[in-house]
Design a protein around this ligand. Sequence first.
Ligand code: BDR
Ligand code: CA
Length: 313
Amino acid sequence: MPREKIIIDTDPGQDDALAILLALASPDELEVLGITAVAGNAPLAYTQVNSRKICELAGRHDVKVYAGADRPLVRELHTAPEVHGSTGLNGPVLPEPTMPLQEEHAVDFILRMLAEHPPGTVTLVPVGPLTNIAKAFMRDPGAAARVKRIVLMGGASSEGGNSTPTAEFNIFVDPHAAEIVFRSGAELVMFPLDVTHQVLTTERRMDRIRAIGTPVAEASYQMLDYYRQYDQKKYGTDGGPLHDPCTIAWLLNPALFRGRRCNVEIEVDSPLCTGQTVVDRWNVTKRPINTLYMQWADSDGFFDLLTERLARL
Ligand code: BDR
Ligand code: CA
């Protein structure tokens, strides 16, 4: 099997960091063309630095990191320091990165990769607000048809929202960008809260990660230990949801997840529901099916995979 070429578009974020580590630990299956940072969990000035810190933690100074949008298309930027800390990556003390930030803008990089590779061979993996992807599609309306697929973390339906009663954070931060992406015609594979809330960093799973005993495992433990505090308190669960790495885990082993193909649209302008992903499970609208909407995860299988891969770094 040829390796899948991916671009990770991200706003690290401790769970973003684990998504990056899982991808970099899987070079037999995934070729990371680059990492594009976006404003979301923290301002761009932090998320681009955090992206480089994680590459260096993985010993991958060669990975190219690009900075993208520093604010959503229309709305003011809304960050989440209450979840991720003031830097977006609170927890372990990681050294300042020495690898350079690329000069090329993230949107230019995404469009260049789609132009340089044969159509249908580059997968986009956005795990933050969809601003960079939407900007690329706005600039080049033919770009969406050239992606292989978009495997994204965002949205919610049966689980309710985590930013508002109906909206999940990534979509809430930039619903206008999400609307462009969901209407782009690209094949979408979507990991909403409905499925990521099944993937919990329980005490036992955390202990297994720590027991690996490497610097990467210890830093991962410390990131997740910080990150789980907010959600544990909020939801009263053993552990917090590990959202973003679900995308990479699915690319590595699709059997870990199950979903249904349906239409998903974005609410962009509603006093109560802005940022809601409207999921037409029963095809009542007859709108075109645009999304594989994930609903179930084998969470033990997910953590087995994550633990095994972290041990490789
Ligand atoms: C999403 O929002 C961020 O806080 C996480 O990194 C994840 O991408 C979950 O709603
Ligand atoms: Ca994220």
